[in-house]
Design a binder for this molecule. Structure first.
Ligand SMILES: [Zn+2]
Length: 290
C-alpha cells in the first residue's frame, strides 16, 4: 500500500502521529479507519431517518422504529449487530431496514479509500466528511424527493470555510464554485420553468450545488451538473424502457431525484475529474480532420 504523506514541516502533530501509526501497521491503521467510518455510518442512518421528520438526531437514543424499545449498546454495534441478529429487532423480531447496514458498510469503505487517494491530509478528512453528507442527501432525496435546508445551507458554509482554512483553497476558487454551482443550476431551472411552466429542478438541488461548488470549485461544479444531467437522462431512459417492457398502463411522468446524481458526479470529480477532463480535451482535439 502506497500512501501520500505531506512534507515533515507541513505536517501537524496529529498527521505525524497517524503517519507513524500507518508506517508501523498499515492494515491495522486502515481497519481502524473503517471502524470509524462504520460508526459514522450508524449516525448517518439516524440522520437519514430523522432529519426529514424534523426530529433531533441526538435524542432520543437508538430505538426500534416498530416496537420503540431502546436498542442496548451491545446490539448497536455497526454492521456486526445487524448480521448477529439476522437483520431483525432483538425485541419484536421485526426486520430492520437493509438500508441501515448498507449505509454503514458504504461509510466503512470511504475513509480508507479517501486516505489512499488523498494521503494523510486534511483534504482527505474534509472530502470524506463531504462524502458522508452526500450519502445522507442522496438517501433523503431518493426516498422523500427533498434536500433539507438543515443539511445543504450549513453544509455549503462549513465546507466552503473548511476548504479555505484547512485545505488552503483560494477564496476565489471557493466563491467561484459556490456561485457557478448554484447560479448555473438556477438558470437551468429558470429556463425550464419558462418553457414548461412547471418546476423541474427544486431549490434543494440549487443549494446542494452551492455546497458542491464550495468543495470542487467552478470547474468541478460544471462537471458535476454535466455528468449528473447525463446520468439522470440515462436513468430516465431506463425507467421509460422498463415501463414499456413491463407494459404498465400507469402514468409514466415521475420526477427523478437529482440529488443522488449530483452527489455521485461531485465525488467522481474529486477522484477522476481532472483526468476525465484532460482525456476529453485531448480526445476532442484529435478531431475528425487530424
Ligand atoms: Zn422492535
Amino acid at each position: 500500500m502506497q500512501i501520500i504523506v505531506k512534507e515533515p514541516e507541513k505536517q501537524t502533530m496529529t498527521i505525524k502521529n497517524m503517519a507513524i501509526f500507518y508506517h508501523h501497521s498499515p492494515y491495522i491503521f486502515m481497519c481502524c479507519l473503517s471502524v470509524l467510518g462504520a460508526i459514522a455510518g450508524s449516525f448517518l442512518h439516524v440522520c437519514i431517518v430523522r432529519i426529514p421528520k424534523g426530529m433531533s438526531v441526538v435524542s432520543p437514543g437508538s430505538h426500534c422504529p416498530v416496537c420503540k424499545k431502546p436498542i442496548p449498546f451491545y446490539y448497536n454495534i455497526p454492521i456486526v449487530s445487524y448480521f448477529m441478529l439476522g437483520g431483525r429487532c432483538h425485541h419484536c423480531k421485526q426486520p430492520i431496514s437493509a438500508g441501515h447496514v448498507a449505509v454503514e458498510i458504504l461509510s466503512a469503505c470511504l475513509p480508507p479509500v479517501f486516505v489512499l487517494r488523498f494521503g494523510l491530509t486534511f483534504e482527505a478528512v474534509i472530502y470524506c466528511l463531504f462524502a458522508f453528507v452526500l450519502i445522507v442527501v442522496s438517501c433523503i432525496d431518493g426516498k422523500y424527493g427533498i434536500i433539507p435546508d438543515r443539511i445543504s445551507i450549513p453544509g455549503a458554509i462549513v465546507f466552503s470555510l473548511a476548504n479555505i482554512f484547512m485545505v488552503n483553497a483560494d477564496f476565489f476558487f471557493v466563491a467561484g464554485g459556490v456561485i457557478t454551482g448554484s447560479g448555473s443550476l438556477f438558470l437551468i431551472s429558470l429556463v425550464y420553468y419558462l418553457i414548461r411552466k412547471q418546476i423541474g429542478i427544486g431549490g434543494g438541488d440549487i443549494k446542494l450545488m452551492a455546497m458542491i461548488g464550495g468543495v470542487t470549485g467552478a470547474q468541478g461544479a460544471l462537471f458535476s451538473i454535466f455528468i449528473a444531467s447525463l446520468s439522470g437522462c440515462l436513468a430516465g431512459i431506463l425507467m421509460i424502457l422498463r415501463h414499456i417492457i413491463m407494459k404498465r398502463k400507469t402514468e409514466i411522468m415521475q420526477q427523478i431525484p437529482f440529488g443522488p446524481f449530483l452527489s455521485f458526479s461531485a465525488l467522481l470529480y474529486l477522484f477522476y475529474g481532472e483526468k476525465m477532463i484532460h482525456w476529453y480535451i485531448s480526445f476532442s482535439m484529435l478531431g475528425p480532420d487530424t
